[in-house]
Design a protein around this ligand. Sequence first.
Ligand code: TMP
Length: 233
Amino acid sequence: MEKMEMLYEGKAKKVFKTDDKDVYHIVYKDDATAFNGVKKGTISDKGAVNNQMSAILFEMLEEKGVPTHFVKLLNEREMLVKAVEILPLEVIVRNIAAGSLAKRLGLEEGVVMEETVLEFCYKNDDLGDPMINDYHIAAIKLATKEQVEVVKKYAFMINEVLVDFFKERKIKLVDFKIEFGVYEGKVILADEISPDTCRLWDAESNKKLDKDRFRRDLGDVEDAYQEVLKRLK
Ligand code: TMP
């Protein structure tokens, strides 16, 4: 398949058209941002880790019955995906209190949630991705009620599958953010699943193995990303 003009450059990936209108070519970058782009940097080989990790997880999720946009891994930092229309929602799933939830609810980071928490944010950089609920989504037509129900169902399925998968690799899945797209009228998992979009803690030491090392200047950022990929392979 031939890579054609660039359709979109995001903070972490570039999206190219291909000669097949139903397929996009994604290139994962090493650029890292935090706090809505205010903090900028580079994490060496992050693109390679995030691309390969996403491919592993998308393939596994497909096997477990979650449809994804993944088509094919091309090389270390590039993949082919289905040409979805992204729903402007950030879907966040939380098993353990951390980050903005810990802050908002006055919880200590690391407190295990009695129930899995699902949150929606409106994917809009100008507004700083504000948190919204089902009513906002319907009121401003970000997705239909049916699409929201499918998104919720898949989000919980994905969480169950990923918690077990990471547990076998001695990693706690604290929380994560996923995005969905519409392809041939159906809602499917899109974007990426990586240390950029998940909080991953070593099961024994609770060492952070994710982008919080960059956000919070904890050091050892590259090593943490490589460690996660190593445990997945
Ligand atoms: P938060 O605690 O900062 O709200 O983050 C929740 C989860 O979402 C965490 O795993 C990191 C991920 N996340 C993103 O993928 N992109 C973002 O822009 C933000 C703020 C969080």
